[in-house]
Design a binder for this molecule. Structure first.
Ligand SMILES: Nc1nc2c(ncn2[C@@H]2O[C@H](COP(=O)(O)OP(=O)(O)OP(=O)(O)O)[C@@H](O)[C@H]2O)c(=O)[nH]1
Ligand SMILES: [Mg+2]
Length: 300
C-alpha cells in the first residue's frame, strides 16, 4: 500500500440515535465482533475504535453511544464522549434508522452535527426493512435541502447492502496520509473490555426493559497460566437485590445461559478453550458513582 501515492487515512465518528445500527455497521466493516449489539437502546456506553485498512486508505472508526437525554452521571459521560468524538475526527457519519419516521431526537442529532461545523455524510440504515423504497425520497430531500448534506447513502448494515460503496465514499473524504495503525490492528479495546462486552450483550439479549440500564460487567480476573484453558472471572453489577434475582433466574438458569453463550463467543475471540465464571454483585447507585464509572472504564 506504500506504493499508492493517493493513500488516505483519518478518523471517522459514527453518530446517531440509540438503535440506529452504528455498532452493527462497525462490526461489519471491521469484520470482527468488537462492539456489543442489541435491540435495547443505549447498548454502547463508551467510545470504541474500529480500524479498517484497504488498498487505498485506512479508516479509524469511532463508535459512540446513541444520542439521548442524559439523566444519570453515566449518561452525561456517554454524551460527553459523543461530543468529544465529533470534535476529534476528520469526518462525521450521521446514521439513522430509515424505517422509523423522523422525530425530535433525529432533529436534535442533526442540529448537533450541523452546529459542530464538521464535514459530515448521512447514512440511512435498515433499508432492508422498507417494503417501499420510495419512503427514502422525502428523507433524502430533508437531509439535503434542510440540512445541506451532499452525500446521503442508504444502506443495510445488517445485510451488508451498499456497505462497500459507503466505505469507498468515506475514504474519498479523508485527507491524504499514511496509515495510522498497523493494518492487522482492528480495535483499541483491551481484551478485558471485549470480554465484558460479550457478557453484557448476552444479558441485554436475555432480559427485559429495565435490566440493561442497571447492568455493568467487569472482567475481574483473566488467568492464562494454563495454556489449554483460559480462566475468566466477570462481575455483573446491578443496583438492587431484585435485579440480581432476575439475572440469575429460576435455579440459576438464566445466568447459566448467559454464561454459556458468552463463553462460546469468547472462545472464538481467543481461539482457545475458556472457563467462564460469572457472579452478580449489588452495588447501589453505581451509575452515579464517579469511582465505579472509572473502574468500569466509562469515558469521563
Ligand atoms: N433490519 C435491520 N436491523 C438492523 C440493521 N442494523 C442494525 N440493526 C438492528 O438494530 C438494533 C440496534 O443495533 P445496534 O448496532 O446495537 O445500534 P446502535 O446504533 O449501536 O445502538 P446504541 O449503541 O444503543 O446507540 C439491533 O437489533 C440490530 O440487529 C439493519 O440494517 N437492518
Ligand atoms: Mg452501539
Amino acid at each position: 500500500m506504500g506504493l499508492n501515492s493517493t493513500f488516505r487515512s483519518g478518523y471517522v465518528a459514527l453518530i446517531g440515535r440509540p438503535n440506529a445500527g452504528k455498532s452493527t455497521l462497525l462490526n461489519r466493516l471491521v469484520g470482527e465482533k468488537i462492539a456489543a449489539v442489541s435491540n435495547k437502546p443505549q447498548t454502547t456506553r463508551h467510545r470504541i475504535k474500529g480500524i479498517v485498512t484497504k488498498d487505498d486508505g485506512q479508516i479509524v472508526f469511532v463508535d459512540t453511544p446513541g444520542v439521548h437525554k442524559p439523566g444519570y452521571l453515566l449518561n452525561r459521560r456517554m454524551m460527553a464522549a459523543v461530543h468529544d468524538a465529533i470534535l476529534s475526527v476528520d469526518l462525521v457519519v450521521l446514521m439513522r434508522d430509515a424505517s422509523v419516521s423522523t422525530g425530535n431526537g433525529d432533529r436534535f442529532v442533526l442540529d448537533m452535527v450541523k452546529n459542530s461545523g464538521k464535514e459530515a455524510i448521512a447514512v440511512l440504515n435498515k433499508v432492508d426493512k422498507l417494503k417501499d423504497k420510495e419512503v427514502l425520497l422525502p428523507l433524502i430531500d430533508m437531509y439535503s435541502n434542510e440540512y445541506g448534506f451532499k452525500e446521503i447513502i442508504p444502506i443495510s448494515a445488517l445485510k451488508g447492502d451498499a456497505v462497500d460503496s459507503l466505505l469507498s465514499n468515506i475514504i474519498g473524504h479523508l485527507p491524504q496520509g499514511e496509515a495510522i495503525f498497523d493494518e492487522d490492528e482492528l480495535t483499541d479495546q483491551p481484551l478485558r473490555i471485549l470480554i465484558a462486552e460479550m457478557v453484557r450483550e448476552q444479558i441485554l439479549g436475555k432480559t427485559g426493559e429495565e435490566i440493561p440500564y442497571v447492568t455493568a460487567v467487569i472482567t475481574e480476573k483473566f488467568d492464562e497460566s494454563d495454556p489449554k484453558l483460559t480462566r475468566i472471572y466477570c462481575a455483573i453489577y446491578v443496583e438492587k437485590p431484585s435485579q440480581k434475582k432476575i439475572i440469575i433466574g429460576k435455579q440459576g438458569r438464566r445466568l447459566k445461559q448467559i454464561g454459556t453463550n458468552a463463553r462460546k463467543q469468547i472462545e472464538e475471540l481467543l481461539q482457545n478453550k475458556v472457563y467462564l465464571q460469572l457472579f452478580v454483585k449489588v452495588v447501589k447507585d453505581w451509575r452515579n458513582q464517579e469511582r465505579q464509572l472509572n473502574e468500569l472504564g466509562v469515558d469521563g
